[in-house]
Design a protein around this ligand. Structure first.
Ligand code: HEC
Length: 84
């Protein structure tokens, strides 16, 4: 697929520039405005039980689950604190 996308013939033609373009193209397909998560935050959708368990794990929001600390840096709404 990489060869087809960039019109190259063999692995030796793969450069870091092409790899960066492939990653950038992937990042562009990520829904970041109207995802289910966004709709739930706006009260327009609801988590399944499994998703609720994930939320509880990720945001340390469920006393019956272990804390994962993810939400400290990946906080709502943008999933980042911008604090590298
Ligand atoms: C100490 C801060 C910190 C904690 C805690 C943390 N992360 Fe991250 N995470 C980052 C940073 C910084 C990045 C890279 C920049 C970004 O995507 O915001 C990142 C990137 C990611 C990415 C890639 C995002 C993308 O855009 O491709 C995922 C997925 C992720 N983290 C999941 C998790 C999960 C799951 C947990 C908990 C188990 C977690 N992180 C805990 C700081 C943290």
């Amino acid at each position: 697929m990489f060869r087809e996308a960039f019109g190259i013939k063999n692995k030796s033609e793969i450069s870091k520039e092409l790899a960066a373009k492939a990653i950038a193209q992937f990042e562009r397909i990520i829904i970041s405005k109207d995802s289910k998560f966004d709709r739930i935050q706006q009260g327009q959708a609801f988590y399944t039980d499994l998703e609720l368990t994930g939320f509880g794990l990720y945001f340390d929001d469920d006393p019956d689950l272990p804390d994962t600390e993810c939400g400290h840096c990946h906080n709502i709404p943008m999933a980042t604190s911008d604090d590298f």
